[in-house]
Design a protein around this ligand. Sequence first.
Ligand code: PY5
Length: 316
Amino acid sequence: MSQYDSLKVWLDGKMVGYSEATVPILTHSMQYGSGIFEGIRAYPLPDGSAGIFRLSDHMERFVNTARIYGMNLRYTKEELEDAVMEVVAANGLSSCYIRPFAFYNDDRIGLSVKDKKVSVYIAAVPLGNYFSDKNSGIRCRTSSWHRISSSVLPVQAKASGNYLNSIIANSEARRSGFDEAILTSPEGYLAEGPGENIFLVKKGKVLTPGDESDILIGITRDTVMTIARDLGYEVVARQIHREELYIADEAFFCGTAAEITPIVEVDGIRIGQGRPGNVTSRITEALYRAVRGDTVHREWITSVSIAEKVSGSQRS
Ligand code: PY5
């Protein structure tokens, strides 16, 4: 039994019940981490429909990740976008987190992926705040584990295996009493969180590690850079020294799951006033306007009508 049993999942072109969307336990992707995935949010629009945020950008990264690994998805980007819309509509979820996942649906032992069938599923589930202290801000530690670098794995690919690096950093941080980790490059520059990009605010400028910092090039990061510029802030993407974080006026994480989460302490050092800062709050408000279609960036939103669910408990 799962909390998701009432939901429907898209699996290779068919809508099936959550518990019917099974994979063989010996699948290559579970044994070796060779799956690829995306994380997308939908927010309710004023007319009651679901607004899927930056669907095309997420699906572009998904098909690019597949291309990097030579995975034959068997579906085009457009077909997968339609499938995401179908899942959102079928589940009647105007607010949800959508998880497309492609994997080798094959249980033959062995690392080779040659001739192994690729399957794709797309699930959509309700999801609230990723961090329970999202509004008051979280406490982080610099990880003793470095962010994987481009000499080891393709860092721009959103592949399951990359997340072992994220998981070990997050586990270390949680075990030592912090909310989340911050990973640095092997050279010691700031990279990102285990599942979030990072931003600093210093003297009114908005700073984030540049594309050369071996980060996942986040779609929320791009959104934040765009709306911060719209608000009139100078935005700089460059290599950032770890100590610049300690002396920043404000810092925050961003990502699809994390949305914008203020960071109020790093390695026991208070950041700025030790509470969410003004620039962070202004950017957060602008992000929530953007996801609801209330900005000039209407092209970021794919609207899906949601049929009203006729369920006894919801009707009075
Ligand atoms: N960096 C990493 C390593 C990520 O996993 C993510 C997203 C981001 C940055 C932010 O990217 P985007 O803004 O495009 O979402 N992480 C996933 C998410 O859905 C998975 C978290 C468990 O937010």
